[in-house]
Design a protein around this ligand. Structure first.
Ligand code: NAP
Length: 281
């Protein structure tokens, strides 16, 4: 008999998060405060434009104000930082999200660093990252936080487990590795120079894929009973995990779409509301 598979339903987790925000947003409105997220998109990359639109729409549905700043693709680092500073100085803006990636002429790190720590709702500044590393962040990066939230929602133990994270980007692989480490997992972080990747992944009780390559993780890389979290999101709604192959060995798995993505957006809204609340406390 085939073992039952647990599909980790991100839409359900996201709905739960959003429900907790409704009352908070209402209480803020009684104080005359409307939480506000500003998103900045530089250029016309269609995927980035879609992500920004999805975030703005999610804000509106919940009564969070959304400001969309759209800059031309030839924007300089200096011009982008000037736009960020304007949002930093605007008391009605509580969270700032600079959509990654930005065009190549821009120093993305310098732009991220320009975001005020109080408005860094995606944990992209050096200070926000460091606070997350110490387990002290008000606003840990949204996708890593979403991954841990999904595991917690489904009561999947993290402590003592071997977590294998594929990817080490500053917004995803590294912070999720640190968050899992802070939760007492034994963490291996893999990257493009990792040798015998498949053998390393086979050690994972929890496998997090954050590679940016469609269907990269193969079914026979997954240890029987492992938990598979697919953070990837590639063109055509395709994750970084070969879902149909990996579900055979996995005991639980996130689908794409409707896995990590919606929880990431809900986490962004949660952080924006928290940033607005912090002003009143
Ligand atoms: P990224 O900055 O391109 O980083 C990709 C990472 O994968 C790098 O660390 C890279 O290693 C590693 N990698 C690339 N090829 C590899 C290989 N053959 N073997 C092992 N590791 C390899 O990407 P990202 O921004 O972290 O995003 C990763 C994925 O998550 C993408 O699919 C993205 O769309 C998705 N994402 C989803 C959400 C969401 O809300 N669901 C949010 C953000 C990102 P090196 O460091 O050695 O180059």
């Amino acid at each position: 008999m085939k073992a039952e598979k647990l599909i980790l339903d991100g839409n359900r987790v996201a709905a739960d998060i959003k429900e907790t925000l409704v009352g908070k947003i209402h209480r803020l409105s009684e104080k005359g405060i409307v939480p506000c997220l500003a998103t900045i998109l530089v250029g016309d990359d269609p995927s980035s434009a879609t992500y920004v639109r999805m975030k703005g729409n999610a804000c509106k549905r919940l009564g969070i104000q959304s400001i969309r700043v759209h800059l031309p693709k030839d924007t300089s680092t200096h011009e982008l930082i000037a736009a960020i500073n304007q949002l930093n100085d605007d008391p009605n803006v509580h969270g700032i999200l600079l959509q990654h990636p930005v065009p190549h002429q821009i120093d993305e790190r310098a732009a991220f660093e320009a975001i005020s720590i109080n408005k860094d709702v995606d944990g992209v500044t050096t200070l926000g990252f460091a606070q997350n590393a110490f387990g002290l962040a008000d606003f840990p990066s949204c996708t890593p936080a979403a991954i841990v939230t999904i595991l917690d929602y489904y009561n999947i133990p993290i402590e003592g487990k071997h977590a294998v994270v594929i990817g080490r980007s500053p917004i995803l692989g590294k912070p999720v590795s640190l968050m899992l480490l802070n939760r007492n997992a034994t963490v291996t972080t893999c990257h493009s120079k990792t040798t015998s990747l498949e053998d390393v992944v086979r050690l994972g009780d929890i496998v997090v894929a954050a590679v940016g390559k469609p269907k990269f993780v193969q079914g026979d890389w997954i240890k029987p009973g492992a938990i598979v979290v697919d953070a990837g999101y590639n063109d055509g709604n395709i994750g970084d995990v070969d879902y149909d192959a990996c579900i055979t060995n996995a005991s639980a798995i996130t689908p794409v779409p409707a896995g990590v993505g919606p929880v990431t957006i809900a986490t962004l809204l949660k952080h924006t509301v928290k940033a607005a609340e912090k002003l009143t406390s």
